[in-house]
Design a protein around this ligand. Sequence first.
Ligand code: DGY
Length: 327
Amino acid sequence: MKRSFAKYKVFVTRSDMPEQGISLLKKECDVTLWNKPSPVPRADFLKSIPGMNAIFCALSDKIDKEVLEAAGSSLKVVSTISVGYDHIDLNECKKRGIRIGYTPDVLTDATAELTVALLLATSRRLSEAIDEARTGGWVSWAPTWMTGPGLQGATVGIAGFGRIGQAVAKRVKAFNTGKIIYYNRSEKREAKEIGADKVSFDDLLKKSDFIICCAALVPETKEIFNKAAFEKMKKSAIFVNTSRGQLVDQNALIEALQNNTIRAAGLDVTSPEPLPLDSPLLKMKNCVILPHIGSASIEARNTMSELVAKNILAALEGTNMPSELVI
Ligand code: DGY
């Protein structure tokens, strides 16, 4: 039976969503895109969505009660181009029977790759070294200049051992690391095969040379990396976060970096985003900041866009969504 979605209206919150998903939707639905390659301002968002059946959004769009009320009873599905869903009020969606689509799995490899890149950039001081090469600091080869700790033999601790945490563990193993330990609420059966051992959060902090945060942002994980946590880490520890900035008490991290409580940090995520230009983090040599590009491989972003569209089409049809967040 040929599907017909002509009657359905979809609002897309920015103009630069990858074409893969947009063209799929356009074949079947009436699609309205925000007209700029930046997040739709809140007031325009609220004005644009009354009567929409679906919202194609990103992590920069807060989907809360006010948005759901503005959209009204026609709204059937919110589909986000992200694996994280902390920007969506799940309970408000549930109350209204609005289904939620998200994009797990398809960005796991891209995010794990970037996490390893950030780990190496931070430990081997790549951005500092590039600056030195560009600005004349490179006067000769020097035996102790620009040195940083290697991964070989090191203990790597991963906080949050879901899809991305596991994919990171598999990749760092290739660097002949000593031990891989992880902290997760539940035991992960995949850990055995990967060769990772579950430890308490305290042990993760105390024993790791490199601590990588891959945990989802939920109320229980908010600011788990706080002053007390940084104080438990080794003075030589390197902290990397590619999950969400709100897992970290950022002022405590700034202090820990300034006081050499830990050696360095690599952050793909901050709080807020974008990180204000006057943030001390941007001036610190022992901090590498990336602008939330974990999933930004071309392949991952195209597939994510397609998955968002497929989630919308399935929800509008009332069938199984390829990736539905079941609350
Ligand atoms: C996500 O998907 O949640 C990432 O943070 C961005 O791709």
